[in-house]
Design a protein around this ligand. Sequence first.
Ligand code: PLP
Length: 396
Amino acid sequence: MSSTIPSTQALMDITARPDIIFTKGKGSWLEDHTGKRYLDVIQGWAVNCLGHNPHEIITALEKQSHLLINPSPAFYNEPSLALANRLVNASVFDRVFFANSGAEANEGAIKLARKWGQKYRQGAYKIITMDHGFHGRTLATMSASGKEGWDKKFPPQVDGFPKAILNDIASVQALIDDKTVAIMLEPVQGEAGVIPATVEFMQALQTLCQTHGILLIVDEVQTGYGRCGELFAYQYYGISPDIMTLGKGIGGGVPLSALLAKESVAVFDHGDQGGTYNGNPLMTAVGVAVFDTLMQEGFMATVRQRAEQLSIGLMALSKHHGLQGERGIGLLRALCLDGNYGNDLVLAAREAIPEGLLLNAPRPNLLRFMPALNITAEEIELLLSRLDTLITTIRT
Ligand SMILES: *Cc1c(COP(=O)(O)O)cnc(C)c1O
């Protein structure tokens, strides 16, 4: 491909995209239309848990596409049953509904909680969510989100999502009334800047839910699938939620998400929930391949080693440059800067020659890292040394 890019006018302008077209990917590396390579620690926003174009996904797509792509969601297919059984066996949940995006899985969780409220809590429907939380971009999930300014964007909001403060159990308690049916949160707030719930807070939430007879919903769209060093982050917290949603890593790059619930909560009646592409064998076959790779002997232990390496390396960088430290769980981490130059770093890293580096700054004073779970130790060292150079350059 030449170094000029085709007209971009035909696409809706929904975000500021750089004049780069990515044409190839392998592992932790992307290549653009000019042949320039980039070390990628964004990975499609924590999606590509096995990196770009892993052979496991290529093989699964190839095999399944020759067999069956779409029998209809009204019939069973083998890969969706295989993946549902794996998820149920690996978790505290009993039932799975597959969807195509994190937001859609969360919509399903909201509907399921409301349905359960109709059946068992005299029509209770309110779901307490967290300030700064992020649950997706549909109307209901935007209303459930606590992103600044989002409550004003597309009025009227979907009703029934009072906001509490993360890690402040009293703020949650104060919102519970007889219309409350559930509490929903991310174990680690991702878009807000990698802010983990504390273990005490999560356990207190579980107790609070049990005391009031309401549901605990964890949005593990970003934290699930090994991202936090356990298959699911709720395991790290030692809790047993009623409902969980998965997205991003579950498909390793293809559109796949899931809503999981315990038996007593899986109360949809026929006709309540569905979707044209939901649980299609092409995507769920990829899901099986991704799951089985994460389950391989030593895979998660290596994730935890890399997470420790990244954490120690970021902390050393912070000390060396006098920054504000690092935080996170597993391979979802943030480096806290000492000024609002996060976006300058993102730009300089991307434009660096001969090789670029793809970084993410969800807040101007913070970098977030969501590398492939199979990033190598050498690639983490490379990331750290390039960050070191970039920070020096930007701050002088
Ligand atoms: C990304 C994300 C979503 C939305 O997922 P989509 O696939 O973009 O709809 C929801 N919740 C959390 C925690 C996320 O990180």
